[in-house]
Design a protein around this ligand. Structure first.
Ligand code: BV8
Length: 231
């Protein structure tokens, strides 16, 4: 089976009702990113950081995967699909995608501040001051903050996949955050046909082989129909 790699961003989850970051009404309009998504912010006011992620986790528990997520699951009938996501939600999992790499962590997991190898599932939507790991240290959201390095294994796998696949799909990302934003460039440099799906043009739109100016929930089912003609 041919290999399809998908790089997804917050726009993938927008139609499930989860806020994106850099659009009108986005999260970074309401919060100072460095106060709620950086080690400095955690040092300064971890109650605020815990609250920021609790609110998003609560929203996530009330959200469902959308037609875009389900379209990617459907594509597994025709391709070996790998989802490389910047998203920390679990909507790709809940939709049923079978190969998912989280570059920026997972909001429904918590990790020890004393020993990062200790990672726990969060029951419900709250992670609070006083929630401790087995070694007695405070738990933090298991996500990659700005200024923190990405988890090695998923990033290495994503880089390799971006240069060794048959088709590369970039969906719902403003392509502003590194190193994830460089993945489509690796695919293009390896002459891999690259398609972008986004209602707004990004720096990738003009270099992709194809740019589909549309919401993912509309474009993916359509793309699926198109692909079925050639398979
Ligand atoms: C790193 C997890 C090495 C948390 C996130 C100065 C100091 C320190 C670092 C840097 C620096 N300058 C640059 C850096 C590197 C920095 C970076 O890239 N900064 C940028 C912003 C300038 N990167 C890092 O820090 C990374 N680590 O480099 O380590 C290092 C170490 C020390 C010092 C230097 C380097 C870590 C980056 C990870 C940060 N964590 N998230 C959380 O989620 O709370 S990033 C965050 O942005 C999310 O993960 C998100 O996924 C990601 C990217 O955003 P998008 O997904 O693209 O979302 P956005 O809102 O931007 O766009 C949505 C898009 O969807 C839009 O285009 C819209 O049109 C589209 N859309 C809307 N609706 C739909 C749609 N598309 C389709 N369908 C729809 N319906």
């Amino acid at each position: 089976m041919k290999k399809l790699v998908v790089l997804s961003g917050a726009g993938m989850s927008a139609e499930s009702g989860l806020r994106t970051f850099r659009e009108m009404g986005g999260l970074w309009e309401e919060y100072d990113v460095y106060e709620v998504a950086s080690p400095g912010g955690w040092q300064k006011d971890r109650e605020l950081v815990l609250r920021f992620y609790n609110e998003r986790r609560k929203q996530l528990l009330e959200a469902e995967p959308n037609a875009g997520h389900l379209g990617l699951v459907e594509l597994e009938k025709f391709f070996e699909v790998w989802i490389v996501t910047q998203n920390i939600d679990d909507l790709h999992e809940r939709a049923g995608s079978s190969r998912i790499l989280h570059l920026h962590g997972e909001i429904r997991k918590a990790r020890s501040t004393a020993d990062p190898s200790l990672v726990y599932d969060i029951e419900g939507w709250k992670l609070e001051e006083g929630d401790l790991c087995e070694k007695g240290s405070q738990l933090r959201p298991h996500v990659v903050w700005f200024g923190e390095t990405l988890p090695e294994a998923p990033l290495a796998a994503a880089l390799d996949l971006s240069e060794n696949c048959d088709l590369f799909l970039v969906i719902g990302t403003s392509s502003m955050v590194q190193p994830a934003a460089s993945l489509p460039r690796y695919a293009l440099r390896s002459k891999i046909f690259t398609i972008e799906v986004n209602p707004e043009p990004t720096q990738i739109s003009e270099i992709a082989n194809e740019y589909i100016q549309s919401n993912s929930g509309i474009a993916l089912p359509k793309l699926l129909e198109e692909m079925k003609k050639y398979l």
